[in-house]
Design a protein around this ligand. Sequence first.
Ligand SMILES: [Zn+2]
Length: 374
Amino acid sequence: MSYLGLNTTTDDHAAKASPADVRRKNRQLIFRLLFPTNQYSRAELGRRTGLSRVAVSDVVGRMLEEGLLRETGQAPSGGKGKRGTLLSIDIDRLRIISIDLTQEHLLHGAVTNLLGQPLRHAEVTLNTGSFVSVDVIIELIEKMLGMSDGEVIGIGVASPGVVDNGVVRSSTMRGWNNLDLSTPIAEHFGLEVNVSNDATAAMLTERFFGQGGPNMLFVRIERGIGSAILLSDTPVIGELHAAGELGHISIDLDGPLCPCGKHGCLETMISGTALKKQLSAADVEQHQGILARAGRYLGQALAMPVGLLDMADVCVYGQPNIINATFIGAAQQYLDAATSSSFHKHTVIRRCECGPDITVQGEAIAVVFQHLAK
Ligand SMILES: [Zn+2]
């Protein structure tokens, strides 16, 4: 089972599980079936999970009390027996505070419902370049708590870089090394804290509210480049929590020096910052050529993971003036030339259409799944 609890298939260790483990697992199963917007009766939940009537009503009863689920009316009559009450995720009672650390000069926070949908926004502009202290994040959270109209169950922070159990191991964008974000925030507020990589957070929004299925490679191209991998609805985190660190794979060992110490990292070649610099130094008629070359670099970087993982869906998030049809088309063309074969299904590279709240929403979803796993 993934730490995000997306994948709720039964594991082999169920026999050793304690009653508390079983109840937690059942909670996750039921929540995941209803998430984000399904409505089922208790009987239907029993059919879909294979759980007994008693087990379903026990778990559902507790989740109704907690404010995780709500009753939303009567199921259509099935002909026999009495009609069941429909259940859905309760979006009116519980709240999440979600913070997005991906923008250079701005911290963006939102109060969301259990679907991660922002209800209220707040921002802090950064006067001191891109440096962010934990105190500034805490100040923003404090402000957001004051704006919440419901009980807050947890705080989420989406950060660029390698994130390991609440600690940002490294973020070249923020200049952080081994910065523990989770402990000071949890101690200050006495609430559960989730810290996720920004690409992983955004991928959750694409999975539940965009076009993404249970298998996807999600790429963010902004000031830096990050990616996240979803396999059978399980995010791939990696041995050192650095899976998806596409930005610091070198595609040209003789290329420009990267802050990470290597040469020709994808990030130094085609990040939003690198491309904006290249575009502003060039004539307008050269722009599409620059973006096409950048797209080919992305195609080159993606060929190995796509072929290796047999990945059919690649979703790219970034500014529309950079991640445009020229860029995507060139990436697609390179990837097709590099990977297509009789056994490899055609992989489609597409632009993410989830919009600017993608990170706060996904991070809030990560908080909700972590809460359910507790
Ligand atoms: Zn690098």
